[in-house]
Design a binder for this molecule. Structure first.
Ligand code: GDP
Length: 362
């Protein structure tokens, strides 16, 4: 499943946010999470389409796509020096598909700030500097090795060129993600990933804000500008943890009272999907209506492989109805009668919201 690593300075609200994420675990009944570590939370990606499908098919269960969040503590100023960022930290962050950086914008004299003042910009610089320094350390030992390998014709020269270009970006104080997504460099991410460079991963920024900042468009625009090309999300971690305790109706009321329509954590799951270029397709039947996570541009057999590798291996074809067509016709039989059910082969490129039934050999 999609995994997002949460990083940030101490006392910015990471744990509060993480607890809110995991409290809302409506999935516990449907997924076996027994083996999950205490710093991992699995969060459903809200998808109203599933409710509609469950009505059409009289499904017993709804299983949304999920996003895993890993709380990665341990980053402070100077963390990359000496012993470095620590094995646990590095292992956690290497496993993550994306990095969610929590930044404190809320003001509260009762909550100590490690630098003594609330400054989102300088906090982001502190965290990003540590990640950038970690990547520079990685390159410092990798580059001499790659140079030898290239001389010995064991490694493609493109790898060395990438490593050197990456070093230039990092030395200028920029993350590789920002440089690549911002179009400032033509660095090939397959190589930077191979090199294990942390800042290649997509970044999403969460600003933990005061309640009045939740609707402060000028403030939000200025923060968004600071983090572009990454996405910024604005939430109040304390409020999110209160919302997580409420049923849907009370939650909506509370959100409305502070002027927002979607929980910050739902925005985060959606933005995480967007940042990673992911989408979902749907399956439905009397047992369950379910959303499955795939990449943009994936073919039908690749999508089938997410359900089971046998589905991919034995793929014959897929019967596809778009969600909109299914809703408009009201049933699979009616969609077939109206020519809205398509038989697609192995080259079919999946579209978000395809309702699919795979045919396969076992
Ligand atoms: P972490 O060290 O980043 O995990 O931070 P915590 O989640 O432990 O939060 C540190 C302190 O800040 C706790 O006392 C929280 O109650 C408080 N806190 C977290 N989020 C907010 C917020 O949105 N507003 C205010 N005023 N306090 C918060």
């Amino acid at each position: 499943a999609l995994t997002i690593g949460i990083v940030g300075l101490p006392n910015v609200g990471k744990s509060t946010m993480f607890n809110a994420l995991t409290k809302n675990n409506v999935l516990a009944a449907n997924y076996p999470f027994a083996t999950i570590e205490p710093n991992v939370g699995v969060v459903p990606l809200p998808d109203p389409r599933l409710t509609t499908l469950a009505e059409i098919f009289s499904s017993e269960k709804i299983l949304p796509a999920t996003v895993s969040f890993v709380d990665i503590a341990g980053i402070v100023r100077g963390a990359s020096e000496g012993e470095g960022l620590g094995n646990k930290f590095l292992a956690n962050i290497r496993e993550a598909d994306a990095i969610c950086q929590v930044v404190r914008a809320f003001v509260d004299d009762d909550v100590t700030h490690v630098d003594g003042k609330v400054s989102p910009q300088s906090d982001m610089e502190t965290i990003n500097t540590e990640l950038i320094l970690a990547d520079l350390q990685t390159l410092e030992s990798a580059i001499p090795r790659i140079e030898k390998e290239v001389k010995g014709k064991k490694t493609d020269k493109a790898v060395l060129d990438t490593a050197l270009a990456a070093r230039t970006v990092l030395e200028a104080g920029e993350t590789l993600f920002a440089a690549i997504a911002g179009g400032n460099t033509d660095i090939d991410t397959t190589y930077t990933r191979q090199l294990g460079l942390l800042t290649t991963k997509p970044f999403v920024y969460v600003f933990n804000v005061d309640e009045d900042q939740l609707t402060d468009e000028a403030f939000q625009a200025s923060m968004q500008e600071l983090v572009t090309p990454a996405d910024a999300i604005f939430l109040n971690a304390k409020l999110e943890s209160e919302v997580a305790e409420l049923d849907d109706e009370d939650a909506s009321e509370l959100l409305e009272s502070v002027g927002i329509t979607e929980r910050g954590l739902d925005q985060l799951a959606h933005k995480g999907f967007h940042t990673l270029g992911l989408q979902t397709y749907l399956t439905a039947g009397p047992k369950e209506s379910r959303a499955w996570t795939i990449g943009k541009g994936w073919t039908a057999p690749q999508a089938a492989g997410v359900i089971h590798t046998d589905f991919q291996k034995g793929f014959i074809k897929a019967e596809v109805i778009s969600f909109e067509d299914l809703v408009a016709t009201g049933s699979v039989a009616e969609a077939r009668a109206k020519g809205k059910a398509r038989m697609e082969g192995k080259d079919y490129v999946m579209q978000d919201g395809d309702v699919v039934e795979f045919r396969f050999n076992v």
